[in-house]
Write a protein that binds this ligand. Sequence first.
Ligand SMILES: [Zn+2]
Length: 533
Amino acid sequence: MLLTFCGAAGTVTGSCYWLQTGTTQFLVDCGMFQGSKTLKELNYGAFPFDPEQLDFVLLTHAHIDHSGLIPKLVKHGFRGQVFTTQGTLDLLTYMLPDSGYIQETEVARLNRRNQQRGRDPVTPIYTRADAKTALKSFSVVEYEEWHDIGEGVRARYWNAGHILGSASIEVEVDTGRNGSETARLLFSGDIGPEHKLFHPDPDAPSNWDYVFCEGTYGGRPRTDASPQSRRKILEQEVNTALSKGGNLLIPVFAIERTQELLLDLSYLFDEGRIPAVPIFLDSPLAIKATEVFAKNAESLEDTNGQKNLFRRSNIRFTETVDESKAIERVNGGSIIMAGSGMCEAGRIRHHLKQNLWRQNATVLLVGYQAPGTLGNLLSQGLSSVKIQGEDVKVKAAIREIDVYSGHADGEQLVSWLQDRLPIHSAVFLTHGEETGLSALQSDLQEAGMPADLIIIPSLDDTVDLLGGKSKVKFKPKPRRLSPEFVGGRDWHNELAEFSLRLRDLLDAAADDKSRNVILRRISRALEESENHR
Ligand SMILES: [Zn+2]
């Protein structure tokens, strides 16, 4: 049985495994790469397999870094079924077309620039229409039930406690050896933390040949996230922000994070612990996702099955652009939640432009901020940032909390893996930054797992899964990117940071004369590197 790590290996995002057993070929996840420009370019390139030859896809959950390239797969000839849970399909019904819309608008903007520079136009990875077509290939599976998926392949989905519909997938494959021999594989997907709102703690059986485990928060402990302490932290942040008289901006991830915050804010309103100020939920996708949550309320924890959970007189859902623009007139005393969560796109950028320069405003970051994103630059305390081509001074307070993460922390990952023992052949650590994965590796060894059982693969590595005591054999195969270019920051990030530092340096200089001196020195350095070329 062959397996290629087509994503989620040595990278922060973009989960995709290709497997071949006998005449059957399939994928587990088909995610979009997110992060540096170098990594994102892979989304435009060819798949390292032939989509027409695939029989089916098993999908762990709705996040775009796990599902985002499915429309591209269908566009390039995939004719099989995508198997996933009802919750995941409900979310993707909105998320995939939204992703197609983002591709279309980003490419339109890029092509305007390309035209000015005399470059050829590019086409979007896929469009809204492609995404809607792809949704017709989805089949729903139940949790904890065996499904005969393809020839010699069975799968069972387990609650991963990460987001609505999320699953770890158990796969049993007939190896064709010794008559009836089978191999047991577990793909963790993203694993949720303990005490996660809405979901029970993650679950799956034990006794495996191979486990593929995410390591987003490998080696990193997080603040105790019990409901009481989580709400206490939110209460303090909201009250401090509102006492300054300005607006509180919360960049949100549309799925789950938005609904968790709405639920906790509602709780704090009811208890009278924060003033009942207006909340604007200014994200069409988050509004749709909130409706999906309300629809699924009966199957979620902490909701008492209430369908009108998020409907309160002071929570306003602003769907149209006009409604969104009207928020501009609110100079203070309100909470504005808008996407995207890392401030890379969406309406939050507009609100940041309106509020960042105000001393009485507050920005509260509630999730992971990938290196190189605007959210990451804000969290580093830069004094000015570029938004839609404009320099904006940062006078607002920038706050960060980690109690709303959808991921298990380092310790919880170790105990999730310990609960899966015995694991006979290999544990592959994937889907994390290099430091996180190696920290998880040493934590596992400290907890008693043999060192030779744990493998950290690189992007596009292919392994022969032999089973039993013979572990795995790496096979040489071409790579799309050499390992040192995968994940983290690239030269585009370095350039953006350099220009911001230069801007700050020029702003801080005493007068125009000293600004000219700085610029002349930099020009000399440029000339020198031109001469060295
Ligand atoms: Zn996820």
